[in-house]
Design a protein around this ligand. Structure first.
Ligand code: DHB
Ligand code: FE
Length: 284
Protein backbone atom coordinates (compact mmCIF):
# COMPACT_ATOMS: atom_id res chain seq x y z
CA UNK A 1 0.00 0.00 0.00
CA UNK A 2 1.20 3.53 -0.75
CA UNK A 3 1.32 5.85 2.28
CA UNK A 4 1.50 9.59 2.86
CA UNK A 5 4.12 9.98 5.57
CA UNK A 6 4.64 13.74 5.73
CA UNK A 7 3.58 17.13 4.44
CA UNK A 8 5.62 20.13 3.35
CA UNK A 9 4.27 23.69 3.20
CA UNK A 10 6.38 26.05 1.13
CA UNK A 11 6.27 29.46 -0.60
CA UNK A 12 7.04 29.60 -4.32
CA UNK A 13 8.50 33.11 -4.87
CA UNK A 14 9.84 33.21 -8.48
CA UNK A 15 12.86 35.36 -7.48
CA UNK A 16 14.04 32.48 -5.25
CA UNK A 17 14.31 30.35 -8.40
CA UNK A 18 16.17 33.15 -10.18
CA UNK A 19 18.59 33.47 -7.22
CA UNK A 20 19.37 29.74 -7.48
CA UNK A 21 19.58 29.73 -11.27
CA UNK A 22 21.99 32.69 -11.31
CA UNK A 23 24.13 31.47 -8.37
CA UNK A 24 23.58 34.40 -5.98
CA UNK A 25 22.13 32.52 -3.00
CA UNK A 26 25.06 33.51 -0.75
CA UNK A 27 24.45 37.24 -1.21
CA UNK A 28 23.36 38.95 2.05
CA UNK A 29 19.79 39.45 0.81
CA UNK A 30 19.31 35.76 -0.02
CA UNK A 31 21.49 34.02 2.54
CA UNK A 32 18.86 33.98 5.36
CA UNK A 33 16.18 32.75 2.94
CA UNK A 34 18.21 29.68 1.98
CA UNK A 35 19.64 29.07 5.47
CA UNK A 36 16.14 28.05 6.56
CA UNK A 37 16.05 25.29 3.95
CA UNK A 38 19.32 23.60 4.99
CA UNK A 39 17.55 21.36 7.49
CA UNK A 40 14.78 20.68 4.94
CA UNK A 41 17.30 19.41 2.39
CA UNK A 42 18.75 17.01 4.95
CA UNK A 43 15.25 15.95 5.97
CA UNK A 44 14.11 15.15 2.43
CA UNK A 45 17.31 13.29 1.66
CA UNK A 46 16.69 11.13 4.71
CA UNK A 47 12.95 10.78 4.03
CA UNK A 48 13.67 9.93 0.38
CA UNK A 49 10.07 9.93 -0.89
CA UNK A 50 9.29 7.81 -3.94
CA UNK A 51 6.55 10.20 -4.98
CA UNK A 52 5.75 13.83 -4.20
CA UNK A 53 2.11 14.83 -4.57
CA UNK A 54 2.63 18.52 -5.28
CA UNK A 55 -0.30 20.92 -4.81
CA UNK A 56 0.53 24.23 -6.54
CA UNK A 57 -0.94 26.98 -8.66
CA UNK A 58 -0.30 28.05 -12.22
CA UNK A 59 0.12 31.81 -12.81
CA UNK A 60 -1.61 32.30 -16.19
CA UNK A 61 1.23 30.29 -17.74
CA UNK A 62 -0.66 27.18 -18.86
CA UNK A 63 -4.18 28.36 -18.06
CA UNK A 64 -5.55 31.79 -18.79
CA UNK A 65 -9.05 33.27 -18.73
CA UNK A 66 -10.05 30.94 -21.60
CA UNK A 67 -10.00 27.86 -19.34
CA UNK A 68 -10.11 27.88 -15.54
CA UNK A 69 -10.15 24.41 -13.96
CA UNK A 70 -10.50 24.60 -10.18
CA UNK A 71 -8.46 21.41 -9.68
CA UNK A 72 -6.33 19.95 -12.51
CA UNK A 73 -4.39 16.71 -11.96
CA UNK A 74 -1.23 16.09 -13.99
CA UNK A 75 -1.54 12.67 -15.64
CA UNK A 76 1.06 13.13 -18.42
CA UNK A 77 4.32 11.14 -18.39
CA UNK A 78 6.33 14.30 -17.77
CA UNK A 79 6.03 18.06 -17.31
CA UNK A 80 8.57 20.46 -18.77
CA UNK A 81 9.43 23.75 -17.04
CA UNK A 82 7.44 26.51 -18.76
CA UNK A 83 8.82 29.68 -20.33
CA UNK A 84 7.43 32.47 -18.12
CA UNK A 85 9.02 35.23 -20.17
CA UNK A 86 12.77 34.73 -19.64
CA UNK A 87 13.05 31.19 -21.02
CA UNK A 88 12.30 27.97 -19.12
CA UNK A 89 14.11 27.56 -15.76
CA UNK A 90 17.25 25.42 -16.20
CA UNK A 91 15.98 22.58 -14.00
CA UNK A 92 15.11 18.95 -14.77
CA UNK A 93 11.89 17.92 -16.49
CA UNK A 94 9.42 16.67 -13.85
CA UNK A 95 8.66 12.94 -14.21
CA UNK A 96 5.29 11.55 -13.14
CA UNK A 97 4.26 8.23 -11.60
CA UNK A 98 1.70 7.94 -14.36
CA UNK A 99 0.05 4.77 -13.15
CA UNK A 100 -0.49 6.21 -9.71
CA UNK A 101 -1.71 9.53 -11.12
CA UNK A 102 -4.32 7.66 -13.21
CA UNK A 103 -5.38 5.70 -10.15
CA UNK A 104 -5.73 8.94 -8.15
CA UNK A 105 -7.78 10.54 -10.96
CA UNK A 106 -10.16 7.58 -10.93
CA UNK A 107 -10.37 7.42 -7.16
CA UNK A 108 -11.02 11.18 -6.75
CA UNK A 109 -13.72 11.33 -9.41
CA UNK A 110 -15.51 8.23 -8.10
CA UNK A 111 -15.17 9.82 -4.64
CA UNK A 112 -17.08 12.83 -6.11
CA UNK A 113 -14.17 15.26 -6.50
CA UNK A 114 -14.49 16.08 -10.20
CA UNK A 115 -10.94 17.09 -11.05
CA UNK A 116 -9.75 17.95 -14.56
CA UNK A 117 -7.33 15.44 -16.10
CA UNK A 118 -4.27 17.01 -17.75
CA UNK A 119 -2.58 14.71 -20.28
CA UNK A 120 -0.30 17.51 -21.49
CA UNK A 121 0.98 20.31 -19.28
CA UNK A 122 4.00 22.49 -18.58
CA UNK A 123 4.73 23.70 -15.06
CA UNK A 124 5.69 27.19 -13.86
CA UNK A 125 7.51 28.56 -10.79
CA UNK A 126 4.58 27.49 -8.62
CA UNK A 127 5.81 23.90 -8.97
CA UNK A 128 9.52 24.18 -9.76
CA UNK A 129 10.56 26.62 -7.00
CA UNK A 130 9.36 24.40 -4.11
CA UNK A 131 11.26 21.46 -5.66
CA UNK A 132 14.39 23.61 -6.02
CA UNK A 133 14.39 24.86 -2.43
CA UNK A 134 13.85 21.34 -1.10
CA UNK A 135 16.33 19.50 -3.35
CA UNK A 136 18.92 22.21 -4.05
CA UNK A 137 20.60 23.02 -7.36
CA UNK A 138 19.80 20.72 -10.28
CA UNK A 139 20.61 21.15 -13.96
CA UNK A 140 18.39 20.05 -16.87
CA UNK A 141 20.72 17.01 -17.24
CA UNK A 142 19.96 15.86 -13.67
CA UNK A 143 16.79 14.15 -12.47
CA UNK A 144 14.58 15.19 -9.56
CA UNK A 145 15.11 12.51 -6.87
CA UNK A 146 11.36 11.78 -6.66
CA UNK A 147 8.54 11.28 -9.13
CA UNK A 148 6.00 14.12 -8.93
CA UNK A 149 2.22 14.11 -9.31
CA UNK A 150 1.10 17.72 -9.79
CA UNK A 151 -2.28 19.03 -8.69
CA UNK A 152 -2.89 22.53 -10.01
CA UNK A 153 -5.41 24.65 -8.06
CA UNK A 154 -7.04 27.83 -9.35
CA UNK A 155 -6.22 30.66 -6.93
CA UNK A 156 -5.69 33.31 -9.60
CA UNK A 157 -9.16 33.93 -11.03
CA UNK A 158 -12.10 34.41 -8.62
CA UNK A 159 -13.59 32.17 -7.29
CA UNK A 160 -10.85 30.03 -5.78
CA UNK A 161 -12.00 26.88 -3.92
CA UNK A 162 -12.71 27.28 -0.20
CA UNK A 163 -10.27 26.14 2.46
CA UNK A 164 -12.87 23.59 3.54
CA UNK A 165 -13.08 22.11 0.03
CA UNK A 166 -9.30 21.95 -0.15
CA UNK A 167 -9.06 20.26 3.25
CA UNK A 168 -11.62 17.64 2.27
CA UNK A 169 -9.88 17.10 -1.07
CA UNK A 170 -6.76 16.31 0.96
CA UNK A 171 -8.70 13.57 2.73
CA UNK A 172 -9.85 12.15 -0.62
CA UNK A 173 -6.26 12.23 -1.91
CA UNK A 174 -5.20 10.23 1.12
CA UNK A 175 -7.89 7.62 0.40
CA UNK A 176 -6.71 7.50 -3.21
CA UNK A 177 -3.06 7.05 -2.24
CA UNK A 178 -3.83 4.38 0.35
CA UNK A 179 -5.85 2.36 -2.16
CA UNK A 180 -2.90 2.23 -4.58
CA UNK A 181 -1.40 -1.21 -4.39
CA UNK A 182 2.31 -0.42 -4.54
CA UNK A 183 4.56 0.08 -1.55
CA UNK A 184 5.40 3.78 -1.94
CA UNK A 185 6.50 6.53 0.42
CA UNK A 186 4.53 9.64 -0.57
CA UNK A 187 5.14 13.18 0.70
CA UNK A 188 2.52 15.83 -0.06
CA UNK A 189 3.45 19.47 -0.70
CA UNK A 190 1.09 22.43 -0.19
CA UNK A 191 2.67 25.49 -1.79
CA UNK A 192 2.23 29.24 -2.38
CA UNK A 193 1.91 32.19 -0.02
CA UNK A 194 2.54 33.39 2.52
CA UNK A 195 1.08 36.89 2.90
CA UNK A 196 1.71 39.03 -0.16
CA UNK A 197 -0.02 41.43 -2.50
CA UNK A 198 1.46 42.23 -5.89
CA UNK A 199 -0.99 44.83 -7.10
CA UNK A 200 -2.60 48.23 -6.59
CA UNK A 201 -2.57 50.32 -3.41
CA UNK A 202 -1.65 47.62 -0.91
CA UNK A 203 1.16 46.14 -3.07
CA UNK A 204 3.95 44.99 -0.77
CA UNK A 205 1.62 44.02 2.09
CA UNK A 206 3.13 41.50 4.52
CA UNK A 207 1.44 40.39 7.76
CA UNK A 208 3.88 38.47 9.92
CA UNK A 209 1.47 38.11 12.85
CA UNK A 210 -1.19 36.55 10.65
CA UNK A 211 1.34 34.26 8.93
CA UNK A 212 2.66 33.04 12.29
CA UNK A 213 -0.84 32.30 13.55
CA UNK A 214 -1.58 30.41 10.31
CA UNK A 215 1.53 28.23 10.78
CA UNK A 216 0.66 27.60 14.44
CA UNK A 217 -2.92 26.59 13.67
CA UNK A 218 -1.90 24.40 10.74
CA UNK A 219 -0.51 21.96 13.31
CA UNK A 220 -2.88 22.53 16.23
CA UNK A 221 -6.25 23.49 14.71
CA UNK A 222 -6.36 22.37 11.06
CA UNK A 223 -10.14 22.00 10.87
CA UNK A 224 -10.80 25.43 12.41
CA UNK A 225 -8.18 26.97 10.11
CA UNK A 226 -9.77 25.41 7.03
CA UNK A 227 -13.00 27.32 7.80
CA UNK A 228 -11.38 30.71 7.25
CA UNK A 229 -13.36 32.66 4.63
CA UNK A 230 -11.65 34.05 1.50
CA UNK A 231 -12.25 37.62 2.62
CA UNK A 232 -9.93 37.10 5.60
CA UNK A 233 -7.08 35.97 3.32
CA UNK A 234 -7.63 39.03 1.15
CA UNK A 235 -7.91 41.48 4.03
CA UNK A 236 -5.14 40.08 6.26
CA UNK A 237 -2.74 38.35 3.85
CA UNK A 238 -3.25 40.41 0.67
CA UNK A 239 -4.76 39.52 -2.67
CA UNK A 240 -2.17 36.81 -3.39
CA UNK A 241 -2.36 35.50 0.19
CA UNK A 242 -5.30 33.39 -0.97
CA UNK A 243 -2.66 31.00 -2.40
CA UNK A 244 -2.59 29.69 1.18
CA UNK A 245 -5.78 27.66 0.61
CA UNK A 246 -3.53 25.11 -1.11
CA UNK A 247 -1.85 24.32 2.19
CA UNK A 248 -5.18 22.89 3.44
CA UNK A 249 -5.03 20.16 0.79
CA UNK A 250 -1.70 19.06 2.25
CA UNK A 251 -2.95 19.27 5.84
CA UNK A 252 -6.15 17.37 5.09
CA UNK A 253 -4.10 14.48 3.69
CA UNK A 254 -2.20 14.05 7.00
CA UNK A 255 -3.27 12.63 10.36
CA UNK A 256 -5.23 14.93 12.68
CA UNK A 257 -2.32 14.79 15.09
CA UNK A 258 1.05 15.59 13.49
CA UNK A 259 4.55 16.55 14.60
CA UNK A 260 6.00 19.82 13.38
CA UNK A 261 9.60 18.92 12.61
CA UNK A 262 10.75 22.17 11.02
CA UNK A 263 9.60 25.72 10.43
CA UNK A 264 11.18 28.65 8.59
CA UNK A 265 9.83 32.17 8.16
CA UNK A 266 11.61 35.10 6.59
CA UNK A 267 10.66 38.55 5.31
CA UNK A 268 11.20 39.61 2.60
CA UNK A 269 11.91 37.64 -0.52
CA UNK A 270 10.83 39.77 -3.44
CA UNK A 271 7.36 41.03 -2.38
CA UNK A 272 6.58 38.02 -0.26
CA UNK A 273 6.88 36.55 3.20
CA UNK A 274 8.61 33.17 2.81
CA UNK A 275 6.99 30.50 4.92
CA UNK A 276 7.91 26.85 5.21
CA UNK A 277 6.85 24.00 7.48
CA UNK A 278 7.43 20.25 7.63
CA UNK A 279 4.80 18.08 9.32
CA UNK A 280 5.12 14.34 9.92
CA UNK A 281 2.48 11.77 10.67
CA UNK A 282 3.34 10.30 14.07
CA UNK A 283 3.22 6.70 12.89
CA UNK A 284 5.57 7.32 9.97
C1 DHB B 1 5.84 37.05 -6.33
C2 DHB B 1 5.17 36.13 -5.52
C3 DHB B 1 4.36 35.15 -6.08
O1 DHB B 1 3.62 34.25 -5.37
C4 DHB B 1 4.26 35.04 -7.43
O2 DHB B 1 3.55 34.01 -7.93
C5 DHB B 1 4.91 35.96 -8.26
C6 DHB B 1 5.70 36.95 -7.69
C7 DHB B 1 6.74 38.09 -5.75
O3 DHB B 1 6.84 38.20 -4.53
O4 DHB B 1 7.39 38.79 -6.51
FE1 FE C 1 2.27 32.98 -6.71
Amino acid sequence: MARITAGVGCSHVPAIGVAMDTGITDQPYWQPVFKGFEKSREWIKEKNPDVIFLVYNDHCTVFDASCIPTFALGCAAEFAPADEGWGPRPVPVVKNHQKMASHIAQSLILDEFDITIMNEMEVDHGLTVPLSVMYGDKTPEDEWPALVIPLCVNVVQYPAPTGNRCYNLGKAIRRAVESFDEDLNVVIFGTGGMSHQLQYKRAGLINQEWDTAFLDRLTSDPVGLSQMPHVEYLREAGSEGVEMVMWHVMRGALDDDVTEVHRHYHVPASNTAVGHIILENKAS
